[in-house]
Design a binder for this molecule. Structure first.
Ligand SMILES: [Zn+2]
Ligand SMILES: [Zn+2]
Ligand SMILES: [Zn+2]
Length: 341
């Protein structure tokens, strides 16, 4: 029993992983259910085309991704299903609304214009096939001339009642229950849309975590993502990463990483300058996920900000690491220089 649960858990996690890959690669932006006569609304054929064969536990996974804000559920359709078993496979059975019999027939109400009598066609028909008014006994000859067809009605052969519409019963082809319209349940089908802002922040988080790992590999003391430094002003400044020296209270370097898609302006450079200045760090590093124009580069240089630029994530990490290696080496060199007389 426990083994089976573990197995289905593992299957669900694998499914979630595959879905997330499709979402992060941009191949899956919207998941729209298709109606299958056997299965009802299902996402499996769509996912099969994207290489996901086993979609067991999909409903749980979709609910989880929706709860995490990665997907947004939108109402796609409402369908009536069996009140007992939830099956959508329903057979419509019309019955007499008075006695529930299935033994009824459609007939037409006829009005005899000469005497004003109206009644079902069956009352006018004689065994010989002629039409004779049951009230005045005259023979009816031509529709529109001496009689009119007023309406179609139903006549129950069991209870003899007339009715304009039969009652509908919905017989479940799955469990056999005969549902009245009140017994039916409404099942909602959803389409799921990927929330791009959430994906961007996930990508950013994974990028920052990767960055943090790489910085730790350098063998230096790193705080972050989201490191706080108490500034000279007494205000707590926040940076993406702060590199500290084990024996100095002031930070060696403060690093901010600009989120992808953000257009950097001169005010942003000034704000970073003010924070870094207040933090009293030796090096002020700004990593930018898109190349800066020459004018802003010049502004950064004048503020004493070191820029690391690249429009490619992996490359930006590499450039920053390379820059920090040089910086660390430079710091050591400096110490050595101090040591020589
Ligand atoms: Zn009846
Ligand atoms: Zn008549
Ligand atoms: Zn059923």
């Amino acid at each position: 029993m426990a083994v089976k649960d573990e197995g289905s858990d593992r299957g669900r996690n694998a499914l979630k992983g595959r879905l997330m890959n499709l979402i992060l690669s941009g191949d899956l932006q919207e998941l729209v259910p298709v109606f299958d006569p056997d299965e009802g609304f299902t996402y499996c054929p769509v996912l099969r085309e994207m290489g996901i064969r086993d979609c067991e536990g999909l409903d749980d996974v979709l609910r989880e991704l929706t709860r995490k804000g990665i997907l947004r559920a939108e109402l796609h359709d409402n369908i009536a299903v069996c009140g007992r078993c939830g099956s959508h496979r329903l057979i419509i059975r019309p019955v007499c609304p008075y006695c529930g019999s299935i033994n009824f027939n459609k007939t037409t109400v006829i009005e005899h214009l000469a005497c004003g009598y109206s009644g079902p066609e069956t009352d006018f028909k004689t065994p010989s096939g002629e039409m004779v008014c049951p009230k005045c006994g005259k023979t009816l000859r031509a529709i529109g001339v001496d009689y009119l067809r007023i309406a179609d009605i139903y006549l129950c052969s069991d209870c003899g009642e007339f009715f304009s519409l039969p009652e509908l019963k919905f017989v479940c082809a799955n469990c056999g229950r005969e549902n009245s319209i009140k017994d039916l349940r409404i099942a909602r089908a959803y389409r799921y849309r990927v929330v791009p802002e959430r994906i961007r922040s996930l990508e950013e988080a994974s990028f920052l975590n990767e960055m943090a790992d790489r910085l730790l590999e350098l063998g230096i003391t790193v705080d972050g993502p989201g490191a706080k430094v108490k500034g000279v002003s007494g205000i707590e400044q926040v940076f993406t990463f702060v590199i500290r020296s084990p024996d100095e209270p002031i930070p060696v370097a403060v690093i901010d990483i600009v989120p992808p898609g953000k257009q950097l302006r001169e005010e942003d450079l000034l704000r970073f300058f003010a924070k870094a200045f207040d933090a009293n760090a030796k090096y002020w590093i700004l990593a930018i996920p898109s190349p800066l124009d020459e004018r802003l580069r010049d502004v950064a240089r004048r503020y004493g900000i070191t820029l690391v630029e690249s429009s490619e994530h992996g490359d930006l990490v590499e450039r920053l690491i390379r820059m920090l290696r040089e910086l660390i080496a430079g710091e050591r060199l400096l110490e050595k220089d101090h040591g020589t007389p």
